[in-house]
Write a protein that binds this ligand. Structure first.
Ligand code: GRF
Length: 369
């Protein structure tokens, strides 16, 4: 029976070969977590801390455990950066060897009492990718102190290896404005340790001069304005506009479309063309508050909602009705305004959308949010 939960932050020091040379990857400095965990240091919310350095998971974790305790890691939940999967296959490295040499994507371990998990995650999840990845349990005599299910670890690493052999998904992002979610997607897809297996190859905006277009330009990503107004005299303006977008998306061989603040309702024809490869992010915990002003709808609810959040979902022919891929919750605080709640939800969106994209692009049916 677990009596203490166990939180792991992902380590960003190793990256894979697609954007940098291997030497650059290996020389990227280790991520330091001191600032992030400072607010927790003098509380009793952390029982132990281990930085996972040389010696990997198997040799570093026992340093913070008394002999009678063991840590059980959930291997299916680990986000193994592609470089480790690559090393394992080119070096023919067995699981045990990999786990006792590398951090396998886990940079820091905090042992946290169950009662503090929610609070610790609230501080570290969206900013440092902290997540609950295991439990601390009584150790059986002579049993190892770090237990990682071999079959689950193998399956995980094989999925990463399979993706290394297939082309990345080509993503088109549709925007109408600021594009902060676009930015989050660009950064995540360019962080090779994140392993999104996707690249943003095209940005389309239906409005000119919006910040999102500048973000695309700064990132060197092809971008185009297709104004819906151009089609206003067409017999079916919505379909004509959507067909122009489809033509551009097809010309860039887009596999997957992410709507990111795209303020147009799409035609049934467009939705059918891209079905299963068309996703949106919405600033509420759907099915609550679809449509416009979702944040204000949450603030106006009676009785008052204690939480709001965001939802990444497939797009179907309804408004914000498609199947849910993942959701992230944020609290609604006393005195919240539409603006303050929007800011808080945005942080959750920038966490959730890249992870949802990763699960779609890597073929993982469960989103590891
Ligand atoms: C986000 O809140 C998203 O949920 C909604 O539109 C907003 C876009 O923000 N669909 P940004 O343009 O990504 O900053």
């Amino acid at each position: 029976m677990g009596f203490v939960d166990f939180i792991l932050g992902h380590h960003l020091f190793v990256v894979i070969i697609h954007f940098k040379k291997i030497g650059e990857e290996l020389l990227t400095p280790t991520k330091i977590y001191t600032e992030a965990i400072k607010p927790l240091l003098h509380s009793n919310k952390i029982k132990a801390i281990a930085h996972i350095t040389g010696g990997g998971l198997l040799e570093n974790i026992p340093r913070i455990l008394p002999d009678h305790l063991a840590v059980h890691l959930n291997a299916a939940e680990m986000n193994i950066p592609p470089v480790f999967a690559w090393l394992a296959s080119v070096g023919n490295i067995a699981n045990h060897e990999l786990q006792r040499t590398y951090n396998c994507g886990i940079g820091l371990i905090l042992v946290v009492p169950k009662t503090s998990v929610v609070e610790v995650l609230a501080l570290l999840k969206h900013t440092n990718d902290a997540r609950v990845l295991g439990t601390v349990r009584a150790r059986k005599e002579a049993a190892p102190q770090v237990v990682i299910d071999d079959a689950a670890f193998t399956l995980n690493i094989r999925n990463v290896q399979r993706n290394l052999l297939t082309p990345k998904k080509r993503v088109g992002v549709l925007i109408s404005g600021t594009g902060s979610n676009l930015q989050a997607l660009i950064e995540a897809t360019r962080d090779s340790a994140f392993g999104s297996h996707a690249e943003v190859v095209l940005v389309i905006s239906n409005k000119d001069n919006v910040l999102g277009l500048k973000r695309a330009a700064d990132a060197g990503i092809p971008h185009k304005v297709i104004s819906h107004l151009t089609f206003k005299d067409s017999p079916s303006p919505r379909e004509a506009f959507d067909r122009a977008m489809t033509a551009e998306l097809e010309a860039h061989n887009v596999d997957l479309i992410c709507l990111a603040g795209f303020m147009r309702i799409l035609s049934a024809e467009f939705v059918r063309r891209w079905k299963g490869n068309l996703v949106n992010i919405h600033p509420s915990l759907l099915p609550k508050y679809p449509g416009l002003h979702a944040q204000q709808q949450a603030l106006d609810a009676t009785p008052r909602d204690t939480h709001s959040g965001c939802t990444v979902h497939y797009v179907d022919e309804g408004v914000d009705t498609g199947a849910i891929i993942c959701q992230e919750m944020v609290p609604i605080l006393d005195g919240d305004t539409e603006d303050s709640l929007t800011q808080r939800i945005h942080k959750a969106e920038h966490y959730a959308y890249p992870r949802a994209l990763r699960s779609l692009a890597t073929g993982n049916t469960i989103c590891k949010c």
